[in-house]
Structures are given as structure tokens and as C-alpha cells.
Design a protein around this ligand. Sequence first.
Ligand code: ADP
Ligand code: MG
Length: 259
Amino acid sequence: MHMAKTIAIANQKGGVGKTTTAVNLAAVIASAEISVLLVDADPQGNATSGIGIQRGSFRRSLYHAIVLAEPIQSVIDCPPSLGLLTLNALTAAKSLLVPIQCEYYALEGVTELFDTLARIRRLHNPGLTIQGLLLTMYDERTKLSAAVASDLRDFYGQQVFETVIPRNVRLAEAPSYGKPIILYDIHSKGAEAYFQLAKEILAHDTKGVGPGIERKWCGPTATREAIRSPLRVNRRRTTLARGPAGRAYANTRCGPRCT
Ligand SMILES: Nc1ncnc2c1ncn2[C@@H]1O[C@H](COP(=O)(O)OP(=O)(O)O)[C@@H](O)[C@H]1O
Ligand SMILES: [Mg+2]
């Protein structure tokens, strides 16, 4: 049996764009006439309903999809936890793609995710690679988005995708029509971004397993500066971001920045 190249989309934080990325990446790859299997590993079933399929309406199972369809590429949408379903997905996958929402707490929990990745590599899946970190819901009107992006690139370098997914209302609307973005509004910025992402993935394959990815995140620099300078940041966001900032720093072992 042909084994598909499998990308697991995981981040134990909810609402960071895992499902949106899984559905739209799969759709764009399929539009290039590459046979794709989209696996909905989240019991909430958002990827399923997001492509217009009623949950429980199929007699056939994942087994049939893998054996009969012989996909070339599989995309697994993981639930927002590091539980058994995510562990299974990471065991089955060739690579891991981590969507990161452009907000102050962007990297909270990512260290645990990479610890889990290291454990899975050690115990079950030594070949598991990092496909890349993907910045999602990027809002070009706020300095905070730019600051989070700049911090991430500083810290993780090449392992961050060049493609950035913008905050785009069409991406949020599409699932309510049961459609991926390319069938809902192919001219939207969201569609354009997912086309770019697929291109980047197909062209560069994986971002590799360099040491940078498992370094501990020790707090933002540019992000903090953006937050401290009210003139440079959207006001509402500043307030939202400020409260938790103290706690975020209190939790880091070596202060705002590792040296
Ligand atoms: N780039 C984006 N622009 C606007 N809304 C988005 C974007 N990505 C995701 N969303 C919306 O944000 C919410 C959370 O996204 P989702 O993909 O379901 O996250 P997750 O699967 O990580 O929980 C959903 O309502 C989704 O429609
Ligand atoms: Mg989801």
C-alpha cells in the first residue's frame, strides 16, 4: 500500500487556526489535482462540517479512505489538547505544522508541544519532522501582530513559514457555508494566503528539525516593546495584552529574553 505524506496540524491551544488551516490547505492541494485525505481527528468535527459533510453521515471509515483512495498527501486536524488523539496523529504523521495566532500569548504551550514531539520521536516516530510554524490571523493594522511575527522569526528563524495567514473575514465565513475558502471566495486574501502556503509546502518540503525549534521560548522582545508603546499599538489590544503580561514574565525562568 502506498503511504501518504502526512502532515499533522497541532497546537493544544484552541482557536489558533488549526481547522481553518487543515481544511484550506487540503482543499488547495486537491485543487492541484494531488489526491488528498483530510483527517478530522477532533471529536468536535469542525473540519468535517467545514467542508459541508454532516457528521455521522458516512458508512465508510478512515480505513476505507486510506486503503481505497490511496492519498498522496494527508492532512490531520488535531484537537486542542495533547491527549491520545493528538499523540496518535503525531505518531502517524511525517511532519508537524503548528499554527500560531498572532497575539501576545502566541507561544504559550508551544514548549509543551515540542516536549511532546521529542517524546513521540523517541518512543514511536523517530522520523517526525517540523513542517513549520505558521503565523495565523495576522492583522496588518496592529503593531502587535508585526511584533509577534518579528519575535517568532527572530527566535525560530527558517522554521517559520514565509507565508502569513491574514485575519480575513471570508475565512471565518466559509465554514458556515460548508466550503473551503477556494470554493467560497477564491479572490479573497485568505484564499491567496493558503495557495501560497501550499506552494511553500510543496516546494520546500519540510523546514527541517534544526535545534532552534526545541529551544525554550523565554518571552517576547518586540512584542513587549509594542505593548509598552501605546502610540504604536491599537488601544483595545494594548489593554487586553497588558494585564496578562506580568504573569507571562513571572513564568519565564530567565527573564524576558534568553541570551
Ligand atoms: N485567518 C483567519 N481570519 C479570520 N478568522 C479566522 C482565521 N483563521 C481562523 N479563523 C476563525 O477563528 C476561529 C478559530 O479557528 P479554528 O481554525 O477553528 O481554530 P482551531 O481549530 O485551532 O480551534 C474560527 O471561528 C475560524 O473561522
Ligand atoms: Mg479545530
